[in-house]
Design a protein around this ligand. Structure first.
Ligand code: GRG
Length: 326
């Protein structure tokens, strides 16, 4: 049976458009009054992390005002809980606490109050069964387990939580097909797999799963016509899965099980050669989310114009080395 897929347009970009992407991200952060920018306020801190990381990987930190970024992060820090919010006046959440910690690590601008706050905030969100809720309202998701372990390991403070219980929860979310979902008995999904494999990697517990079975499921995400990855069976390819799938494959060390050249051709075809930036699929609208994950995946594929990305943290590898984590 033919799988859902797309064809790459004959005139789609075939080379990496480095300067256009730098310009696109620089412009995006100047569009403060525009509809799209305003509508993404609820995830601004992560949006900033996507932009900062993409620019770092392109060696272009100067395109963002570092002082303004650090001021924004400080304004999103909640003294009472110790967490960070998406934007000023919003509630703190694990998703944005990880993004803030990542940016602070990239800029080497950590402060003791942030370390103490983040430890307190994250520890308070671990539940008895080892899982994590994202905020005080109680939603539980394997994404939040990753946010907790990634942020604390970047801070050198994994001892603030019960790591073994966190691992046990992730292992309870393992499915018969070798993958992981949002929680127990949830469909395997490449984004959640990245999070769970990330948790197991940070906790040094990858040996607890069948890595061959999972590597096979991940390699089956590559589609025949386009060469791109989907996030689960019977879905269309999307450039962000180039990151979620390939980084997981790297952590499992089975890179040879996919066709890297065809994946690269798909990712390059998702670039917009007029505006810069990447879209989910060729010809669609670009955005900072797909732009970071397109660039980061190309870095893993060895694109020479991009700095090396770390496959666990999605940050420049040199930063992870500076922190003594690689
Ligand atoms: C530091 C890189 C990094 C991440 C932090 C938030 C997080 C941890 C990870 C998110 C992982 C995830 C769930 C990614 C998937 C995002 C996405 C494109 C979801 C869309 O899912 P569906 O099911 O789309 O709507 P499909 O592709 O299945 O049609």
């Amino acid at each position: 049976m033919e799988r859902k897929d797309v064809d790459l347009p004959a005139d789609a970009p075939k080379a990496f458009l480095r300067q256009q992407h730098i310009d696109y991200i620089e412009q995006w952060n100047k569009r403060k009054g525009e509809f799209e920018y305003v509508m993404s306020e609820y995830l601004r801190m992560s949006g900033l992390y996507w932009c900062v990381t993409a620019l770092e990987l392109l060696d272009s930190r100067d395109k963002l005002d570092t002082a303004a970024v650090l001021k924004f992060i400080d304004e999103c820090f909640d003294d009472a809980s110790g967490g960070f919010s998406a934007s000023q006046g919003h509630d703190p959440h694990l998703l944005y606490t990880l993004s803030a910690v990542q940016i602070l690590c990239i800029y080497d601008a950590m402060q003791q109050k942030y370390v103490d706050g983040a430890c307190k905030f994250i520890a308070a969100l671990q539940r008895e069964d080892g899982s994590f809720q994202g905020d005080e309202w109680g939603e539980v998701d394997t994404r939040f387990s990753f946010c907790a372990l990634a942020a604390l390991s970047l801070l050198g403070k994994l001892d603030a939580i019960n790591v073994d219980a966190a691992v046990q929860h992730v292992l309870r979310c393992l499915n018969f097909d070798g993958g992981f979902g949002v929680g127990t008995e949830s469909e395997s999904h490449a984004g959640q797999i990245y999070c769970c494999v990330g948790v197991l990697t940070i906790a040094n517990r990858l040996y607890s799963i069948d890595q061959t079975k999972l590597g096979l499921w991940l390699s089956q995400r590559q589609l025949e016509r386009s060469g791109g990855f989907n996030g689960r069976p019977e879905k269309l390819p999307d450039v962000c899965y180039s990151w979620w799938v390939l980084s997981s494959i790297q952590m499992l060390q089975c890179q040879d099980w996919i066709d890297a050249d065809r994946l690269k051709a798909f990712i390059l075809a998702c670039q917009d050669d007029e505006s810069g930036g990447f879209a989910d699929r060729p010809g669609d609208m670009v955005d900072p989310f797909h732009t970071l994950f397109g660039i980061a995946a190309l870095s893993m594929l060895g694109e020479s114009d991009i700095d090396r990305v770390n496959c666990v943290y999605c940050m420049p590898h040199r930063v992870i080395q500076r922190l003594g984590l690689a």
